[in-house]
Write a protein that binds this ligand. Structure first.
Ligand SMILES: [Zn+2]
Length: 88
């Protein structure tokens, strides 16, 4: 499976190392979602809306980087709706 350059299809986090990936119910690596979003075959936040997810990601991005909230929100609004989990 080619996973280089993959991002989590729920939150947009880059998936590079094995430990970045989520886990399927059978313990195998899930190639599409990160370990924050996906654990033991389920989403860790199954009831969250896309808008709530964006808010969460903006807060994380602001606290971990020097990014301004406006910039983080702009990026999240560009990336998140394109991801598999949120596409309708
Ligand atoms: Zn994720």
């Amino acid at each position: 499976m080619e996973t280089k350059g993959t991002i989590c299809q729920s939150c947009g986090m880059p998936l590079q190392k094995d430990e970045d990936f989520g886990m399927n119910e059978d313990g195998s690596k899930n190639g599409e979602y990160c370990h924050f979003c996906f654990k033991d075959g389920e989403f860790t936040d199954p009831d969250i809306t896309m808008e709530q997810k964006i808010e969460k990601i903006v807060k994380i991005a602001v606290s971990r980087t020097n990014m301004s909230e406006a910039r983080a929100r702009e990026m999240a609004n560009n990336i998140i709706p394109e991801l598999k989990r949120w596409r309708k």
